[in-house]
Ligand binder design. Sequence first.
Ligand code: FMN
Length: 329
Amino acid sequence: MTLHTRLTEILGIEHPIISAPMAFAAGGKLAAAVTAAGGLGLIGGGYGDADWLEREFAEARNARIGCGFITWSLAKRPELLELVLAHSPAAVMLSFGSPTPFASRIKGTGAKLICQVQNMEHTRAAVDVGADIIVAQGAEAGGHGLVRATFTLVPEIADYLATAAPAAALVAAGGIADGRGLAAALMLGADGALIGSRFWASAEALVHTAFQKAAIAADGDATTRTTVVDIVRKIGWPKPFTARVMKTRFVNEWHGREAELGEPALFEREMNRYLTAMQSGDPDNTGVWVGEATGLIHDVRPAADLLQKIVGDAEHVLGDKARSFVRGP
Ligand SMILES: Cc1cc2nc3c(=O)[nH]c(=O)nc-3n(C[C@H](O)[C@H](O)[C@H](O)COP(=O)(O)O)c2cc1C
């Protein structure tokens, strides 16, 4: 059995799964492993570090992968797009900002343009620039995002695309970590899933094992949306985006007291605390970047195992289990 969708067709992949371009966490090894397992792996271009990008493309050893950018950050360093395009990516994903300045350049190379959107306004902008693939990201997602939930955002966008851009594929993101999630996404009208948190807890992710352990020990109540993790890193995220992270001691201490971090000496101390703990793997004193799916993550496994299990379970749910609900001749 295989799951054949418009996403598998457009990308020429076996399974309708894309791994999220998670800043700092999704390097070349993870992207290549997801591609080798039949999905499409994306490197996390994040805030843009040319050396890091070159190193991670080298780690991917010419695997057919793509790369994702934080669009407002790319706008400050547009030359990074050329660096990535020189590696002939299968796809480039833009998220969090206007795709307009970059869309035609990306599409002109033959790479598929993926736009991650958080609401209908973003969706219309993605359609206007001719996105090949639109990722509907719900607020359950780990990392940055907005407030709409996956469960209503995906079908609403599916309905919109049916008339506005019938050739575009729709991918669901936010809270999908197992076969049930993938199956549900397909039933809501998506052509596949973009998965972050579950691959963050994989053997290939560039994530300290202490953070993965903290996420495994936590349930899905353990995350929140906040800006303190950006403020303390001096990263000027545009409003109204916030980040979903675990409610660590650091986050609990500062969430709601953001203004106090304006005091220079205190800011310096807390920034050092955050960055040192991020390096050393001390979850209490930093941000742990994972979504509500943390409650569905119980182990760290190779990305290929995760992908195969998700796809296998989705096939089962969509086949035998779905049929078991239907009665009558
Ligand atoms: C650790 C982490 C870092 C992320 N970094 C980025 C990023 O740099 N750019 C981006 O477009 N999305 C980023 N995201 C969001 C993902 O693209 C995706 O929407 C999300 O992971 C999907 O929800 P899930 O985490 O429940 O699977 C990140 C997510 C996580 C968990």
